[in-house]
Design a protein around this ligand. Structure first.
Ligand code: F0G
Length: 458
């Protein structure tokens, strides 16, 4: 028999979690204003809210924590991370930041001004938030296939080159400070961008003289999909693919809480020294001195080690494989999910489950609450609440898809947990026709409202 694949690690430390009763959950979710962000973690059994900062660090990363150099300036930890970034991603200049959105804040403070447009593939919500906060516009140029969950396209994160060229043609060079490629594309379901597409975007960018910045949170998972799905890439290593991907980037922002497998951290990496100098000013103002950027030396060390571990093929195979296992089980129960399965999460198509619920009553949020009530599982809404109001008209924006994201933390849950989640979702799906009412907004913030929104049951 051919031997099956198994995780390239074993468990050295465990954390207890507790399953609550339905009565407890009914009370807690009501008190939380039907917003899963407002729950205490102790009120959650399996937490699939995010894969961000929730992974398990390795023994080597914990060892690196002990070796952290906490000097204010010039710490060895800074140089260790700088060497790892040069080695894996190829950039000479880098600025540490406390997380991904901080990297966006610093870099966009240099690049983005009022009236600008920033084309890209389904910008993540903080990225869009930082663009709109500066009175600029994020223009989504993702391929149309991404918005139909039933189409099985290997690279649903791809940029539609015609949409992108239309934006570049219809604006002056000064109005387009950059093109952002998000790898993998979180908002469309953790879907990858092909190497061919990245290269083609870069060629177009060169023609119009616009820099290309990668939003890189899950760059290693993207490289894994290139290796396993793109023709001609099978025999290359993950690091070779990463290296080619980034040869087409002028810079990157990174949330290290994902593919660098740390609990906190991020960075900006750049090719251009002048842009680096300008960004440095904002980094010192917002984050901290250039060699620590809002982090402890130990965080920088763990991040450097995590960049190496996160770009190992066997690790990525088990990671992406566990996500696919959840996808397969859900599909087996008839639950519609974004196809093909993404890198970090399964996106359940709430729009196709709660078909009779008006979109004004927030289908994906309703499904998220039902899954919590069913089994204490916390997912997150990727739908109309997350989409915020239009900054100009203040009308609710209803995106093409209403999704419930079940994000899998790295190296954290076992396949028994995955099975539990799948059965719970299957049960909710079974009784979908009984779910006929949703939620109304009681209180909301003007931007990024999903974090703090308060809802009432209709
Ligand atoms: N870009 C992408 C593609 C992301 O997914 C995230 C965060 C960020 C930027 C911002 O990074 O959280 O370190 O400030 N995504 C998390 C998520 C929050 O749950 O998907 P951050």
């Amino acid at each position: 028999m051919e031997l099956p694949f198994a995780e390239p690690y074993r468990i050295k430390m465990v954390e207890s979690i507790r399953c609550s009763t339905r009565e407890e959950r009914e009370k807690w979710i009501r008190e939380a204003g039907y917003n899963l962000f407002n729950l205490r973690s102790s009120q959650v059994f399996i937490d699939l809210l995010t894969d961000s900062g929730t992974g398990a660090m390795s023994d080597k990363q914990w060892s690196e924590m002990m070796l952290g150099d906490e000097s204010y300036a010039g710490a060895s930890s800074y140089y260790k991370l700088k060497a790892a970034i040069k080695d894996i991603l190829g950039f000479d200049h880098f600025l540490p930041t406390h997380q991904g959105r901080a990297a966006e804040n610093v870099l966009f403070s240099v690049l983005v001004k009022e009236g600008d447009v920033v084309p890209g593939n389904s910008h993540f919500d903080t990225t869009k938030g930082h663009i709109e906060f500066r009175k600029a516009t994020a223009i989504d140029c993702t391929i149309d296939e991404a918005f139909n969950t039933t189409i099985d396209h290997p690279f649903k994160g791809n940029v539609d080159l015609n949409k992108l060229e239309d934006v570049l043609k219809s604006h002056s060079r000064e109005q387009v400070p950059m093109i952002i490629i998000t790898v993998t594309c979180n908002s469309s379901g953790g879907q990858p961008v092909s190497l061919a597409n990245i290269k083609a975007v870069k060629q177009l960018a060169l023609k119009y003289d616009v820099p290309v910045i990668f939003d890189s949170a899950r760059f290693a998972e993207n490289a894994y999909f290139i290796k396993t799905r793109e023709e001609g890439q099978q025999d290359r290593s993950i690091r070779e693919i990463v290296s080619e991907m980034y040869s087409y980037a002028d810079g990157m922002t990174m949330s290290s809480k994902k593919d660098a497998i740390v609990n906190i951290g991020g960075f900006i990496a750049l090719r251009d020294q002048e842009l680096f100098r300008q960004a440095s000013v904002f980094n010192i103002m917002f984050e901290g001195f250039l060699t620590y950027g809002g982090l402890a030396g130990r965080d920088l060390n763990a991040m450097a080690q995590g960049l190496y571990e996160g770009t190992e093929f066997d690790y990525l195979k088990s990671r992406v494989g566990q996500v696919a296992l959840l996808g397969q089980k859900l599909t087996g129960y008839g639950v519609p999910v974004q196809m093909p399965y993404g890198g970090h999460a399964i996106f359940v198509d709430a729009g196709r489950i709660l078909v009779n619920l008006p979109k004004e009553q927030f289908r994906a949020q309703t499904l998220a609450v039902e899954l919590y009530l069913e089994a204490g599982i916390r997912g997150v809404e990727i739908g109309a609440i997350l989409a915020d109001r239009d900054p100009v008209t203040r009308e609710n924006r209803y995106p093409a898809l209403e999704l419930l994201r079940l994000a899998i933390p790295r190296r954290t849950y076992t396949n028994d947990h995955i099975n539990y989640v799948a059965v719970a979702m299957g049960n909710v799906y079974e009784r979908r026709h009984q779910i006929t009412t949703g939620y109304a907004i009681e209180e909301e913030a003007p931007i990024l409202r999903h974090f703090t929104v308060k809802l009432s049951k209709i």
